[in-house]
Design a protein around this ligand. Structure first.
Ligand code: IPE
Ligand code: IPE
Ligand code: MG
Length: 269
């Protein structure tokens, strides 16, 4: 059994602030090109945005922030850009982990680390161990991550663990093997940079996530832009397969039941 409910099997509770925000940080290269800078200058600048958005999440009470830093397809980029990104990752870990820890942030990396340099893997594992007991915010970086990779590695591990059940696996059997089993499904997905695609990010976990696309390039995505995404999220009616009328009558019933008007809120406003 997974720790968190599955959106396709139970109706999750939704609040004003998304509990889990997942972001595709896109547009670094274009930001740099607009300024006649090399693409990598955009990546460097993007790290500053990460810092700002992590802080905004802590202040707003977001419990999980998941950032797509490097996809399993990004190895197709020029070798110099890939190695710059790896160096940037190493440097960011060296410089930021102590600060994350001091701020009560749990740090995790998901993805296939087998292609990363041993030094980088060591830094990642050390950072994860150091921050493992922190509870203020769980910051996950998806690195060499692919949604298809994740589902396949989970299926393969499940098949090894439960060969007796092959042919009748359920969602509950698979869930604990997915790389983000320690987090609930994302409530809000943000992609900056104007493209409106998933690019092999969290395919399984985004089943009922609200999507928000913005043309703002990642280096320019600031706290105000993040708040605009949350404001948009609040306007959404999360139906999880039901009708709007069902939600309305459910809300009225809940209002009658409790004097304080409590109950499961479906529209986030
Ligand atoms: C996102 O920015 C960062 C990574 C994929 C590492 P891009 O580098 O994709 O920027 P654009 O899309 O070329 O502008
Ligand atoms: C997706 O961005 C991956 C990350 C942000 C890490 P890309 O810029 O690589 O996506 P595509 O190739 O344009 O879809
Ligand atoms: Mg891009």
């Amino acid at each position: 059994m997974s720790l968190f409910p599955s959106s396709t099997r139970e109706i999750p509770r939704a609040g004003d602030v998304p509990n889990h925000v997942a972001i595709i940080m896109d547009g670094n290269g274009r930001w740099a090109r607009k300024r006649f800078l090399p693409r990598v200058a955009g990546h460097r600048r993007g790290v500053e945005t990460v810092r700002e958005i992590v802080k905004a999440c802590v202040e707003r009470g977001v419990s999980y922030l998941t950032l797509f830093a490097f996809s399993s397809e990004n190895w197709r980029r020029p070798v110099e850009e890939v190695s710059f990104l790896m160096q940037l990752f190493v440097r960011a870990l060296e410089e930021e982990v102590a600060k994350l820890h001091a701020n009560g942030i749990r740090f995790r990396v998901v993805g296939d680390l087998s292609r990363f340099e041993p030094r980088l893997v060591r830094l990642i594992r050390r950072a994860e161990a150091l921050t493992a007991d922190n509870t203020r915010l769980t910051l996950t970086v998806a690195a060499n991550y692919g949604g298809r990779w994740d589902i396949l590695q989970a299926v393969n591990r499940l098949a090894l663990a439960r060969p007796d059940k092959a042919g009748s696996y359920t969602e509950d059997d698979l869930a604990p093997f997915l790389s983000m089993a320690y987090a609930p499904e994302p409530d809000l997905f943000i992609r900056t940079g104007g493209e409106e695609r998933v690019s092999n990010f969290l395919l399984w976990q985004l089943a009922y996530t609200e999507f928000y696309f913005t043309p703002t390039l990642w280096p320019e995505f600031d706290t105000a832009a993040f708040d605009a995404a949350i404001a948009s999220y609040r306007q959404r009616e999360r139906r999880f397969g039901r009708t709007s009328e069902q939600l309305q009558s459910g809300r009225e019933a809940a209002l009658e039941e409790t004097a304080d008007g409590g109950g499961v809120r479906q529209k986030n406003a």
